[in-house]
Design a protein around this ligand. Sequence first.
Ligand code: ADP
Length: 639
Amino acid sequence: MGKKQETREFKTEVQQMLHLIINSLYSNSEIFFRELISNASDALDKLHFEAQTNPELIKDEELHIRLAADKDKKTITISDNGIGMTFDEVTENIGTIAKSGTAAFMKAMEESKKQETLSPELIGQFGVGFYSAFIVASKVTLLTKTANSDTAVKWTSDGTGSYTVEEAEKDERGTTIILELKDLDEDQDFTEEFTIRSIVKKHSDFVSYPIIMNVEKTEPIPENEQVLDGEGKPVGETTKKVLKDETLNSMKAIWTRSKSDVTDDEYEEFYKHLSHDWNPPLDKIHMKFEGTTEYHTLLYCPSKAPFDMFQQDRKNGMHLYCKRVFIMDDCKELIPDYLGFISGVVDAPDLNLNVSREILQQNRLVTNIRKNIVKKILAMFKDMDKEKYQTFYEEFGQALKSGIPTDFENKDKLADLIRYTSTKSDGKLVSLKEYVENMKEGQETIYYITGDNLASLMNSPHLEVLKDKDYEVLLMTDPVDEWVVQSLPEYDGKKLKSAEKGDLELDEVDDKKKDEFTPLFDFIKTKLDENVKEVKPSTRLKESVSCLSGDDFEMSAYMEKIMKASGQAAPKQKRILELNIDHPVINKIKSVFETDTTNPVLKDYSELLLDLAVIGEGGKVENPAKFNKTIGNLMADAM
Ligand code: ADP
C-alpha cells in the first residue's frame, strides 16, 4: 500500500486569519515561541492525563519540551514527547480554526479588517496559536506520532494557500515542529541562544515540564588533562566548550510558595500562562488552606470577559494539581458554572494522583475545597474598590447574576453583589443595599421593571404613579434578570415587586367611582376578549391612558419575548388592560358608551386602548395598518 499523501487548500477563513496574523503580529513576533511551547505543554498534559488510566503510556522517560536552533540553516525546532496526533487529528486540528471560536473570530476579524490588524489578545483567545509560527517562518513542518500508531504524520506548509499531509517516519511519540525562518528585518535573531533563553524566561517560565535546550558551555579542563610548563603553569587553554542539556524554565509552582516570595510580575506571567489571556488579571487570591486537609490555591479574576464566556462547551479555568503534578484542567467539580471565568490552580496533596472525574464528583475533599474557594472568590468581589468593581461588573455582572438562581447557598452574598441602574441613578449602578437605604418614608417594597430597552423602561407608563411618589425603580435589561427576580422574592426583608405585575398596593381606587366604569369596562372586555383577560381601573397610571399588567405569578412581557426569541413555545398569555379613569379620553368614551352602546366607534376605541398600552411598553401592535388608519381618521375628525 502506498503512503497516504494529500495536499489541501486552507479554508478561506484560515487564509484570512493567517494573513491578518502575519500582518498584525510581526512587531510581536517572539510570541510564536510561547504559543508553540504552550501547545507542547498541553500535549504533555493530555498524555499525562491518559496515563492515569493507562500507565503503560509513560515508561521511564521524562516528559519534556525540547528547543533547538540551527544558525546556519536558519531553523528552529520545538519538540515534545506528548500525546501526538493521528493522521485524522492533524487534518482536523491543523489547517482549521477551533470550531467554538470560528464564529466569534470571524466577527472580530470583520471588525479588525478595516485597520488590517488583529490585537494580540485575540490570538490566544481564539485558539489560533499554531498559526503564529507563520509570523516568523516561511515554511513550517510538523511531524507527529501517537503512542499507539506505527506511522507518523508530516504536515508542511508555507502558510499561503495550501498544506500537505502525508504519512512519515518518526522514532518517538510526540510532536516536532520545524520552522524555517524568514529573513526578518529586526534585531532579534531567534536562533541566538541568549534570545531563546530570555524569551522562554519571559513567557514560559511556569510551564510545568522542563524546556530543554542543548547549549554550549564553558568548562574548566581537568588539571591532569592540561599541558603545563616547567613551573607547573598551564600553557594552553584551561577551559573547553562542551554541549550540555540545560533546562531553561524554572517550572516554579508559585502557588506552593508563600505570598511574600512571589513578585507581581511572576503572578501576572503565571496568570497569562494559565489562562492564555494576554491582559493582566484584575485581581487574585493566593492562599494556603490549613485544617483537616491542606491545599494551596491561586485564583485569578480576568480583567476582560472571554469572548465565549456563555458558550456551552467552554472549558472553565480551573486546574487541579496534586503535589505540583498536573491532574486535569477544566475541573468543573471545583467551581460552579457561573464562576467559570475564574482561572486558577488548586493543589490538593491529599488527593489521589489517579483520581478520575467520576471519583471527583463524590469526593468530600473536593466538595469542601469548592465551598471554600467560592466563598473566597465572592469575598474578593466584595472587597474590590468601587472603580475596580465597576470594571469587574461590566465584564462579569451577567455571569454573576446567573448564580442567584443556581447557587442557593450563596444567594444572599450574590444579592449583595448585583447592581442595577434605576430611575434615579442617572445611569450609574446601584446595589440593593443602596436602594433600600434610599427608600422613601412609607415605601415598603423594592420596585423593578424588566425589558430589553433602557430608554423605554425609563419612560414606561407602568412607572407613572411610582415616579409621582418619588419611589426609585430598578431597571432590568438583562434576560437573566427574569430568573434573578424569580429566585429573589425579597432582599433585607423587603419584597421585590415588578412595576408591571399585580396590585402595586399604593392608592386604592375609590369604589364608588370604580363602579361607575364597570359597564363600560365589561363592554371593552367583550371587544378584546381574545387578548385581554380583564379590564380594570389602573393604580399605576398618572398621565397615560392605558397599560397592560399581569398577575404576580405570571410571566412578564419581557420574559415572553425572551422565550419566543430563544425558540421556546411561550403560551400566549392574556394580560390585564388597565385604564386610567382620571384620563379625559376614558371619560369621553364613557359618555359615548352611555349615549349609545351600539356606536361602532366603541370597538375601534377599545382596540386602540389596547394598542396604546402595547406601544407604551415598547411592544408591537397586532395590526399596525389598522392602527394607522384608525389614528388617521381620528386626527381628521379632531381637526
Ligand atoms: P489551540 O492550541 O488553541 O487549540 P492551535 O491552533 O494552537 O490551537 O492548535 C490546534 C490543535 O492542534 C490543538 O488543540 C491540539 O489538538 C493540536 N496540537 C497543536 N500542537 C500540538 C502538539 N504539540 N501536540 C499535539 N497536538 C497539538
